[in-house]
Design a binder for this molecule. Sequence first.
Ligand code: PLP
Length: 390
Amino acid sequence: MKPLSDRTDRLVQSDIRAISMLIREHGGINLGQGICDMPTPDPIKEGAKAAIDGDRSIYSHYAGIASLRDRIVDKARSFNGLPVAGPQEVMVSAGSTGAFMCAMLTLLDKGDEVILIEPFYGYHRNMLALLGIDMRFVTTRAPDWDIDFEALEAAITPRTKAIIVNTPGNPHGKVWTRPEFERLNELVQRHDLYVLTDEIYEHMIYDGGEHVSFGSIDGAYERTITISGFSKTFNMTGWRLGYCIAPEHLAAPMGLVNDLVYICAPTPLQYGVVAGLDMDEAYYTSMLADYTRKRDMMCDALTESGFIANRPQGAYYVLADYTALRERFEGFGDDQQAAHTLVKMAGVGAVAGRSFFRDPEDGKGFLRFCYAKKFEELERACAQLVDAFA
Ligand SMILES: Cc1ncc(COP(=O)(O)O)c(C=O)c1O
């Protein structure tokens, strides 16, 4: 038979899924994948059920139903500080991943380069690989994951078209600051680059920190595609609803791409999310209080077990250094082996650090733990870690 497309050769099964399979075999607790299995808020479920019962089942506008786009405009102005002109600058898609794909298809051609800051979220790298886009990487290091702006500028070539920024970041919880964004803005203006931001964890910022959207920095909006979604905020990863916000010269062509690839996001579910965006501040405050407790529980258990687990500033992952465990236990030779050993000895799944770096050596000393779990389950996982390694 004739071969499959070149682009399928570049696809590999992610380590995250492989470890999930091993955990299922061993009956362990999965702190690997960012699945987030808490219940979806009732008003959202009720809203979606009413839409299904009301037969709101036809294709929606390709960029989303009007009431949802209006709510996103309000939220983007008040929460993100973005100078959004109106709903024509909002596109609802099949998850933030769908929005990202449309942004990439709209902006990038073969021969263009994109800069990724590592550790990165694997889908960003893999989507670019699927499209055959060349990437350059700027590495940041524990414990602060500070951006080296000289290295960032050095990575720019005449072919560079965009930089991808993820704040708060997966896998390390790094939160970009306003001064960092001001420096980034100066750089992208000078080199005429676009910025794609992934802000899916925007409501999970700890210790009084601030979420800053790059598009809110003076003059940055024109060249920014701000991407977010509802999967994490409302515990609905399987509903596949996300969106992006961009000036009309970018949003309009992205809408056409979204129409071709997805036609629209699931219509009745969009109605459900409208109810979610009407929930008051108390929802976010209580979610953050829960995640703060979970973060502390996770980091304390890891520290007690011998990991270096710095408290993340945002999102819901800890990228922990396990290398000190080598002195006391077999099976911690590298990150992949360590992930297997953790399942076998403690019944807990984590993701090998190499999944987040271009060079496996850079991630070799880390495991990523996701604490978006129900309290009881996280407590059990923490107890199992402490029993096995403390
Ligand atoms: C940084 C980041 N962006 C996007 C996603 C996926 O978002 P969605 O469900 O909206 O496609 C994830 C999920 O883990 C993520 O960690």
